[in-house]
Design a protein around this ligand. Structure first.
Ligand SMILES: [Zn+2]
Length: 383
């Protein structure tokens, strides 16, 4: 009896002490606050009515996103400081031990299992990937409901238009949309697709770090193409005009999506091989193909995407991509809270504006990358 009691006490003590330590050590920033942003960059950022970021994994961690934290990368108050109108919240449900950009086995020990237990999540999420995804969707809905200002979860065009209208009057109004990072959370069952759609998911990337029931990962073992199930999910996505996210997908999966998928296409967080040649990053031919589909390339803020997580490299990657396929296809996809180190947290978007000004981008180009391209994409594709 005492033994069980001690175990329970130890569990609760562990779940209080461990998560912030893990969270802090996994999601660092390089620059210290207050961020040094020029007055002209600050002014330009403040004049933008729509700034967007295509990728963050903030829902994986047990921070209350309605409150400002001094660690991690994203919460609503810091989004507000960064003048962000729309943030994509992507759902990570399984992460292989020793995760790397070269090769990961689907059978490796899953790091999200101890995280789910250690963060005292509902037991239903401890061993079910789809439950983990749905739990994270529910968390965003709860944060949105609890926040002191309107926070709109975008599920259709009406929601998006509503966000634009309300935000035109009040900059405290913000929005988010839900995406899935890796179709393994569907566990090969099409019923699970409907469940995550009903929970609010409107973007899906077939693969994360390992090959799964939908198809190959760029960092998997076989790195094959789409499976029959993968095609089945894509067909459902197309019916609903959902966004397909090719980040992390194998070359074959990307090729098959570009050939077969008629709906909206983007890479939510990536680098480009022309600036930094890595299996994580997109080849020129894929960049051209995304542009030909009027898609978006969200440039990441982490070393795997831009070689070194520094402003200069992020903006050089933006420059390379814009020169190759046109500025209208370039966006930001930080990968905040994605177990990465970034130069700054989401309150520091003025730093990107500053660096873009330094590297000679025009005001119109900066506005396009910071948000106008995402706005146009959403208005075009949301149903
Ligand atoms: Zn990722």
């Amino acid at each position: 009896m005492y033994f069980i009691l001690i175990l329970v006490i130890l569990y609760f003590a562990f779940t209080i002490i461990a998560p912030p330590i893990v969270n802090k050590s996994k999601n660092k920033t390089l620059l210290s606050k207050p961020y040094q942003i020029s007055a002209s960059a600050q002014k330009l950022l403040a004049s933008m009515d729509f700034v967007a970021d295509l990728h963050c994994d903030a829902l994986l961690w047990n921070r209350d996103l309605t409150k400002k934290s001094d660690y991690g990368h994203v919460d609503f108050p810091r989004m507000n400081e960064g003048n962000i109108a729309l943030q994509a919240f992507t759902l990570v449900t399984k992460s292989p031990k020793g995760q790397n950009f070269q090769e990961n086995s689907a059978d490796a020990f899953d790091n999200i299992t101890p995280l789910s237990i250690g963060q005292r999540q509902p037991i239903s999420t401890w061993f079910s990937l789809v439950n983990r995804a749905i739990y994270q969707c529910e968390k965003l809905h709860k944060f949105a409901a609890d926040y002191e200002h309107p926070f709109i979860i975008i599920k259709n065009k009406e929601d998006f238009q509503n966000l634009l209208n309300l935000r035109a009057k009040d900059r405290n109004v913000m929005g988010g949309f839900l995406g899935i990072e890796g179709g393994h959370c569907l566990a090969g069952k099409i019923d699970n697709f409907q469940k995550v759609y009903d929970a609010g998911v409107r973007m899906l990337g077939p693969a994360h770090f390992f090959d799964n029931e939908m198809g190959g990962s760029a960092h998997g073992v076989k790195r094959g193409g789409l499976t029959k199930f993968g095609f089945e999910v894509l067909q459902k996505m197309e019916e609903k005009s959902m966004i397909v996210d090719i980040a992390h997908s194998s070359v074959s999966v990307i090729d098959e999506i570009l050939k077969n998928y008629e709906g909206p296409i983007l890479s939510s967080h990536t680098g480009v091989q022309g600036f930094y040649n890595s299996p994580r990053n997109l080849a020129d031919r894929h960049l051209y193909a995304i542009a030909a589909r009027d898609g978006l390339v969200g440039i990441g803020f982490f070393s795997g995407a831009v070689k070194e997580a520094k402003l200069e490299n992020i903006v050089k990657t933006i420059r390379y991509t814009a020169d190759l396929i046109g500025i209208q296809h370039v966006a930001l996809g930080s990968d905040f809270d994605g177990s990465v180190t970034t130069p700054f947290d989401c309150s520091g978007f003025g730093l990107i504006v500053d660096e873009m000004m330094k590297q000679g981008f025009s005001e119109g180009e900066i506005r396009a990358v910071l948000g106008e391209n995402v706005k146009r994409f959403m208005l075009k594709h949301l149903k």
